[in-house]
Design a protein around this ligand. Structure first.
Ligand SMILES: O=C(O)CCC(=O)C(=O)O
Ligand SMILES: [Fe+2]
Length: 538
């Protein structure tokens, strides 16, 4: 791939009075960069003696006719940056270098203290290890068959009668549980009826519903969120009055198993809430309450998916019948010994459920916004995505697709009266450009010697940042609350001209940007100071 980070700004300007002294040569380079010089030309010998070696720099030694007897070395803008870099490592001080004027900039120079953003990061980390909710399904999914060939029964779990449920309860075996690799029957630990997957048949195929998307969006983050999921039907459990299952962890069936999915049918019952515990925290999914009124002609199921290491417990059922089917969840890209009946996940998008860490995130964000010491002149927060999204030639569809912590940022920002926006981030050598749209590179080719960041700034008002904010003072500053964990790529072709013209690609990755105004009016953006941006060194 050709380098996207080539290019100069402005016209060619020659520095003829280059001295042999390295520092002077470097400050000439700095000067050249600051004036938007396109190419720095100097006498070949002088440059070489000054430590500019051809192998380290993209040099060209073409000799213009006027300089026939005095070969010249033409240094590109990239070479000049390299010269400055090498001088920095030698502790040499150089003047501040404005690269290009940035007017009407869309960011703000203030940076927050790293500690002030910690509360937001903690809220992200507090995302619970499970996802739960109710999901309406086509009524045919509630039909369940059980029994032997000549003694089969069919039960509609959306309209189940007491008699049907009693027949099913009687057909069940007493449920055992895994202890030290053995199946143990101990009704002081687990009191319930169960059917193995070979003894019943359900029409529910999680892959053909939005369940897999809900699991992916609510449970998996980062690279895991892109992995294929396989689902294996495991058991049917029937809990009648007095039934329960004490705290336990599910036995992983193979290395690739990462969790369990429990579906609760809307059969009338009281009690039997599922309690989940992890890392000294506890959550309760009260399926009886969640499913009240969800049977009938437009029935819903309750669902809970959790990681294998999450302890869980079914509290005693007080009345009625609590009926669940369980599935083992596997990553499909790892060889599995389990007999998985899986298909790949469906593409259907689902609206995200409200995660339990929402209150924590909202409180932390609101506290920051109300704090007069937090970004007193306004500023910009940036959030790398936790999930991968398909990008076409626009960003308009992304807000609707956001999942998990990404959706959380979007939703809470809007609730708090500040405006989130999707941006595409381009790395251009040492510059980072943040663009509020998918740029069109049709007219761009690096032969014009305009850096990608500069081009994006001119055409799309991109925010332009230097990577290393600690060392370098830039007019553009962005507070990264979370880094770019996963990359949702935009790949744009353009013509690159090196020795010959070739097709090259610019790669951008989406992130979320929230720009903030001053305390008291966080939703009103502060006008950019109309001054030159300084990309320089101290
Ligand atoms: O039925 C439930 O809600 C949970 C069942 C369970 O934890 C299990 O089968 O391991
Ligand atoms: Fe379990």
């Amino acid at each position: 791939m050709a380098n996207t980070a080539t290019g100069f700004v402005g016209s060619i300007l020659e520095f003829s009075a280059i001295s042999l002294d390295q520092n002077v040569l470097r400050s000439s380079a700095a000067n050249a960069l600051s004036r938007g010089v396109k190419r720095l030309s100097c006498r070949h010998k002088q440059a070489l003696r000054s430590g500019v070696r051809g192998s380290n720099f993209r040099t060209s030694t073409d000799t213009p006719p006027a300089c026939r007897f005095s070969p010249r070395l033409h240094l590109t803008r990239v070479d000049l940056w390299k010269m400055l870099d090498s001088s920095m490592t030698r502790g040499c001080s150089l003047p501040v270098i404005p690269v290009f004027n940035i007017e009407n900039m869309s960011s703000h120079p203030t940076l927050a203290t790293p500690e002030s953003l910690e509360s937001l990061r903690e809220a992200f980390a507090a995302k619970p290890p499970f996802v739960s909710g109710t999901l309406p399904l086509d009524p045919k999914n509630f039909i369940l068959f059980h029994g032997a060939v000549k003694n089969a029964h069919c039960i509609d779990l959306a309209h189940a009668s007491e008699e049907d449920l009693q027949i099913l309860t009687n057909a069940c075996d007493r449920a055992t549980f895994g202890l030290n690799k053995e199946d143990v029957l101990d009704e002081s630990y687990r009191k319930a009826g169960k059917l193995d997957s070979s003894s019943f048949s359900t029409s529910i195929v999680p892959e053909r519903t939005s369940l897999i998307d809900l699991v992916r969006a609510g449970l998996l983050e980062g690279m895991d969120a892109t992995r294929p999921i396989k689902v294996e039907l495991y058991k049917l459990n029937v809990y009648d009055e007095g039934s329960f299952f004490k705290p336990h962890q599910d036995t992983p069936r193979s290395e690739s198993m990462f969790g369990s999915l429990v579906l609760v049918f809307p059969t009338p019952h009281k009690g039997g809430a599922l309690v989940l515990r992890d890392d000294e925290k506890e959550w309760t999914f009260d399926s009886a309450a969640a499913l009240t009124g969800h049977a009938g002609d437009t029935p819903s199921i309750g669902y809970v998916a959790f990681f294998s290491d999450v302890e869980h417990e079914v509290l005693p059922v007080e009345s009625g019948h609590r009926l669940t089917i369980t599935f083992n969840l596997y990553f499909g890209d790892i060889e599995t010994t389990g007999d998985t009946t899986a298909l790949s996940s469906s593409e259907a998008s689902v609206s995200p459920t409200i995660p339990p860490n929402e209150i924590l995130f909202k409180t932390a964000f609101q506290t920051l916004l109300e704090d007069p010491a937090f970004l007193p002149d306004g500023g910009t927060l940036a959030f790398g995505m936790h999930h991968v999204y398909p990008i076409k030639d626009s960003l308009k569809h992304i807000p609707k697709l956001l999942k998990g912590n990404d959706a959380l940022v979007w939703r809470v920002s809007k609730q708090l009266g500040v405006k989130p926006r999707v941006y595409v981030l381009y790395k251009d050598g040492r510059l980072t450009a943040l663009v509020p749209t998918v740029p069109n590179f049709k007219g761009y080719c690096d032969q014009e010697d305009i850096s990608l960041a500069e081009q994006l700034h001119r055409t799309y008002h991109a925010m332009v940042l230097l990577d290393d904010v600690k060392r370098i003072d830039t007019a553009e500053r962005v507070n990264w609350v979370t880094g770019m964990k996963v990359l949702s790529r935009v790949k744009s072709p353009y013509m690159a001209y090196g020795n010959q013209a070739e097709l090259s690609y610019a790669y951008g990755d989406v992130c979320l940007i929230v720009r903030l105004g001053r305390p008291g009016s966080r939703g009103e953006l502060v006008a950019r100071p109309k001054k030159k941006a300084h990309y320089g060194f101290y």
